[in-house]
Design a protein around this ligand. Structure first.
Ligand code: URP
Ligand code: ZN
Ligand code: ZN
Length: 498
């Protein structure tokens, strides 16, 4: 086998174990793994003294999103450059219909945002914001290669909110099509009530941005997760809880998984390394995000959830706003654009606080950042692991070499960082995307627009699902002709897998 590139002499983390040796690449694929591959004619990327890990999948980002009266400040150019510097080789964004738009329109709009700009590979979760109109468009989106959908239990003012009828109905359809629903779980009516009670000039003067965490107690998330899990259990449709921030959420997911409910959960790096004490800072408003940062005990419980298996994925929920955008709040916490930059620091934070902090092994980290996200989102085996036949998406990181977080030297469009001044190891010295070096010596060298949209297939084939659901001949002709499954199991082993 001709090898174009050999990543040589690194500590290579694979699903089958970690070894010191070489990764051989032909074209865009990994074609050889070994202790000492034949280097004749191959380009050599020296990885001695470094970890070679699978490229990270950040499966929760919002690039160029109109939100909170402004537009998130990282687009596909800056966002994916930032990601590549942090070892991210695939992003999944959320295509959210603008007023009156169909699901197809939403996908088209997001394709236009990414095309010609994205440095790395990408796809989208399709957001269902108006159930009555969108419910009959879901199957068409599956045919088009989108297999993950999203509903928000809040954000009425954005026109995004779904009620229980929509959640229940969508989960039924997820079961039918072999697809998955992602849910932002917060209890809308109670949250509205708590915000209304605190929205007085006196309290805003007294507490300022601290009202953000004060009006989002843990039960706001816990009740909504519990309810979404209930609809998941009733329908058998696959459910993925996004950006879980509470210990209570982790308890609910653990109990549901023990009953065999097809639910998995993601948390985000910020919920693992920050807590709501940041709101005591003078610039605390910068940290406003949704859901809000919680207490140190939640931070601890989420790390435990990663170790125990009830938290399957770490992502970022990147939704960047500059200082100027954040300043729009003018003393009213409900007007702070919610979200933070994250793509560039996901791997460094997880590596530094997780692996160097003694909370995760390097293999467990790769499971949460690459292998599980790829499996759960229907991108395995192409993405997510170092294995023969997989895309040659790799990050090469030094075990101890640190960088100080300084927004001025970063790729993100943010002019601030939640982690400013932190010393973090785990930045990618070299990132390869489909065999091409796109980050070299910690600097982005890849061309914008080289990233590709990734089509996905539902789990199982129609006959498998019909057997499981007893649906007999209900499938459409086109779905019956669909190619064989990417993965044979509905939820390929994310539970309990490290
Ligand atoms: O605060 C955040 N992360 N905003 C983005 C929208 C969301 O709910 O994910
Ligand atoms: Zn959300
Ligand atoms: Zn989000």
């Amino acid at each position: 086998m001709r090898l174009d590139t050999i990543v040589k002499g690194g500590t290579v983390v694979t699903p089958g174990g970690t070894f010191v040796g070489d990764v051989g690449i032909t074209g865009e694929k990994i074609t050889a793994l070994g202790a000492a591959l034949d280097t004749a004619g191959a380009k050599i990327v020296d990885a001695a003294g470094h970890y070679v890990i699978p490229g990270v999948l950040d499966v929760h980002v919002h690039l160029e999103l109109p939100f909170c009266g402004t537009v998130s400040a990282d687009d596909y150019r800056t966002g994916t450059r930032a990601g590549a510097r942090g070892g991210v080789t695939t992003v999944i964004d959320f295509a959210i219909p603008y007023a009156g738009d169909s699901l197809n329109d939403a996908a088209d709009n997001w394709m236009k945002k990414a095309e010609g700009k994205s440095l790395i590979d990408y796809t989208f979760h399709i957001c269902i914001t108006r159930w009555n109109e969108h419910k009959d468009q879901i199957e068409g989106m599956v045919e088009r290669g989108f297999t993950t959908f999203k509903e928000f239990m809040i954000y009425e003012s954005e026109g995004w909110q779904s009620d229980d009828r929509a959640l229940y109905g969508t989960l039924e359809k997820m079961k039918e099509y072999g697809t998955m629903l992602l849910v932002h779980a917060e209890s809308a009516r109670v949250l509205d009530e708590l915000i209304a009670r605190h929205h007085t000039p006196e309290l805003m003067k007294k507490y300022g941005a601290r009202l953000h965490p004060m009006t989002r107690p843990n039960f706001v998330e816990a009740e909504a997760i519990q309810r979404a899990v209930q609809w998941c259990e009733a329908t058998g449709g696959k459910l993925y809880i996004v950006h879980m921030s509470t210990g209570e959420g982790a308890d609910i997911i653990r109990a549901a998984q023990a009953r065999g409910v097809p639910v998995v959960a993601e948390t985000c790096a910020q919920y693992l390394v920050l807590d709501d004490s940041v709101f005591e800072r003078e610039d605390g408003h910068l940290f406003a995000c949704c859901p809000q940062l919680k207490k140190p005990k939640d931070v601890e419980r989420l790390w435990e959830g990663l170790q125990g298996g009830e938290v399957s994925v770490i992502s970022t929920d990147t939704c960047t706003f500059t200082r100027e955008q954040k300043a729009m709040w003018e003393g009213d916490w409900t007007k702070i654009p919610m979200g933070m930059p994250g793509l560039e620091t996901l791997l460094p934070l997880t590596y530094t606080r997780g692996v160097l902090g003694g909370r995760l092994s390097i293999e467990e980290m790769c499971m949460k950042l690459s292998t599980n996200p790829a499996r759960i989102m229907g991108l395995a085996p192409t993405k997510g692991s170092i294995a023969i036949g997989s895309d040659a998406d790799l990050a090469i990181i030094h075990p101890t070499h640190t960088h100080s977080i300084d927004p001025a030297s970063m790729e993100t469009n943010a002019d601030w960082s939640p982690y400013e001044g932190w010393e973090l190891a785990g930045f990618s010295r070299t990132t390869l995307s489909r065999g091409e070096v796109i980050v070299d010596n910690y600097r982005v060298v890849g061309a914008e627009g080289r990233g590709r949209w990734l089509a996905r297939e539902p789990w199982g084939n129609r006959a498998d699902r019909d057997q499981e659901t007893g649906n007999g001949e209900r499938g459409t002709a086109s779905s019956k002709q669909r190619a064989a499954p990417v993965a044979s199991s509905p939820f390929p082993a994310p539970f309990g897998v490290a």
